[in-house]
Design a protein around this ligand. Sequence first.
Ligand code: NAD
Length: 290
Amino acid sequence: MMAISGKTRVCGVIGDPIEHTLSPPIQNAAFSHLKLDFVFLAFHVKAADLENAIRGMRGLGIHGLNVTMPHKSTVISYLDKVDSAVKFLGSANTILNRDGKLSGFSTDGVGALKALRENGAELAEKKVLLLGAGGAAKAIAFSFAQEAGSLCILNRVPEKAAVLADALNRMFGKKIVGGALSPSAVQKNLRDADILVNATSVGMHPTVNQSLVAPQWLKPNLVVMDIVYNPVETKLAKDAKTAGAKVISGVEMLIYQGAASFEIWTGRSAPIGVMRKAALNKLSNTGENK
Ligand code: NAD
């Protein structure tokens, strides 16, 4: 890390709980690699203290923040400006402080899109099957809907998938459908899907032996992105690899969404390899969460 000086810019992440965050090692490795006079810290902020924390950001001139659970939605009311993704999602994960004016961004969707692209998969004309309609799934659906040939969203609570599909169809005029996440629906939709994204928490530690997709439904010409990153290789990822499919791990989305935040704060291109190494190092040492 660079020596702290009177000019060091402070960035950080706020959440509750926060002690298991992976963001400090990832962001500090990137600042250090580019010799930027920035430091990244974790702040434990309880829900009742959020307004004061954001006042503190303005008062202390904290340059940038990542925002995680449980503040992603509530933080919006304290910001001056938000991007189109934040408006659609109703949640923000990144704040930039420009001379006391706070702008909110959501980098999960662009992070997932970049994770796909930079790993050699394209979305145009492709049939995408998305499992889940929670916070991360919604962000992914928003960024994928604009480019994919078609998008099918399946969720345990089908109404949530249907509402999301309707909102996206109104916005982008594309063929997006939402339905129930049943084994038969997954099997049926996988038959002609090009890209499968697991955006549920199934497979995440401690349910590491679970997957919503039976191994025999996977095929070699499929791209499988599992956004769960703890463990780095989920059961779905292992099964997909065995089936000969192309696998993109959740660590890729984690890095690219962090890289997008880094670029918002610094205006510099993020050193992806350095960030990936820091994330994998931390995950292999501790198995901790973002
Ligand atoms: P969330 O609570 O908003 O959504 C969880 C989703 O999982 C919902 O759609 C829910 O219906 C579904 N789900 C949970 N258990 C299920 C089950 N047994 N069967 C079927 N569906 C089930 O959470 P989120 O913030 O959207 O995060 C989801 C996962 O994505 C987590 O594991 C999180 O760690 C991971 N994530 C990864 C990244 C990344 O950068 N790689 C970013 C955000 C979230």
